[in-house]
Design a protein. Structure first.
Length: 202
């Protein structure tokens, strides 16, 4: 992932919000375990009157006083670089954090989008580790800053094993999904590389 993302939904309802722990089916064989919002304010449906997607840092001005769903994704780390038969892994994925916050109409909130880990090169024999992805966050007056951490940079090694890079660790949300780790490399053939991680869904 070259950068993080932030999605803000305005829940246009004056009803009460009930939070219950359930499994949310994503597809036939993928399930996210976490919390959803039920009763008078559905997680998905027409009462989400507005949404705004950020792929670059900026500001969000609340148009109504009430509940807003904030969805943040941290940026992925860059892969390691290798030369002359060494070992390198891809970068870890950023975390996913979702939280319902009560925002005040007219207040401006800061959205910071994490940048993907800076690419690395290797021009001589050896291996160079990748760089971590940046954190994506939502902050402002009257709320606790919400952050989705970026993933770690890929691992480089000059021997036959390179451990996969860890994903960002999610916390602070109503739904927290850790970023997936990249694959590790174990090779006796003289060279090896792996792909990057993705957001961890189980």
């Amino acid at each position: 992932m070259p950068y993080g993302k932030a999605l803000l939904d305005t829940i246009e309802s004056s009803g009460n919000l009930n939070i219950s722990s359930v499994n949310v089916a994503i597809s036939n064989n993928l399930v996210v375990t976490g919390t959803v919002f039920s009763n008078t304010v559905p997680l998905f449906g027409p009462k989400f009157g507005r949404h705004q997607l950020f792929t670059a840092s900026g500001t969000f001005t609340a148009q109504v006083t009430g509940l807003h769903t904030i969805t943040l994704v941290g940026a992925g780390g860059s892969g390691a670089a290798t030369r002359a038969g060494r070992y390198a892994t891809g970068g870890g994925a950023g975390a996913l954090v979702v939280k319902v916050l009560s925002l005040v109409a007219g207040n401006t909130y800061t959205v910071t989008i994490g940048a993907g880990g800076t690419a690395v090169t290797q021009t001589t024999t050896g291996a160079t580790a990748g760089n971590a992805g940046g954190n994506t966050s939502f902050s402002g007056t009257g709320i606790t800053t919400l952050t989705a951490p970026g993933g770690s940079g890929g691992t480089g090694a000059t021997t036959g094993t390179a451990t996969g890079a860890s994903g960002g660790v999610a916390s602070g949300g109503d739904i927290n999904v850790n970023g997936g780790a990249s694959g590790g490399v174990t090779s006796a053939s003289g060279a090896g590389a792996s792909g990057g991680g993705s957001i961890g869904i189980s």
